[in-house]
Design a binder for this molecule. Sequence first.
Ligand code: FMN
Length: 175
Amino acid sequence: MKVDPSLIHRLFYPQVPLVMAARHGGRVSAMPVVSYLVASENPPMVGVACAPKGFTCRLALKAGSFSLSVLDRSRRDAVSRLATTSGAEVEDKLSEVGLKYEAGKRVNAPVLRDALATLECTLKSSKRAGDHLLLLGSVESASASDAFTDRWDYARYRPILYTGWTEGLTLFPGS
Ligand SMILES: Cc1cc2nc3c(=O)[nH]c(=O)nc-3n(C[C@H](O)[C@H](O)[C@H](O)COP(=O)(O)O)c2cc1C
């Protein structure tokens, strides 16, 4: 069947959403993202396609840095709320949804405390890609829980598997 362009992103489901977080000028914001990639291994670089009007995207551009985190599926409700709350309306969206964080060790970005994995990134470039901005960041630091050695222990790794949005973040059946 021919797939309508507006549905192309659904061909990639299920996806593990990451939480992208940024801070600047006393404001803290974060949003779930699935449009991400490992852009380079050496040096390590990652990319995220962000809607340019999004508050988190604008904070990351101003700060010149951001973090990315993988959360356990028990945090699903908080991640849903990050998608439905605008960072423009609250001073600190992470606290608003009950996600604890600390200052990044290598970059000026909030890093989620109970994450399964976190990356601290310095923004290297932003390039318009259609209706999104592709933010490319160099990874200054990466850490993970002990469920990761050189790969995830899939008996213990329980990420969110996103399959779409129907009045909330929906999970892969059976997850
Ligand atoms: C699972 C999931 C993945 C998302 N992925 C992206 C993404 O990759 N890029 C993006 O710009 N928005 C993405 N969004 C939408 C933003 O999270 C949402 O617009 C959010 O409210 C932006 O908040 P902000 O304006 O405070 O930054 C996603 C939403 C969900 C639920």
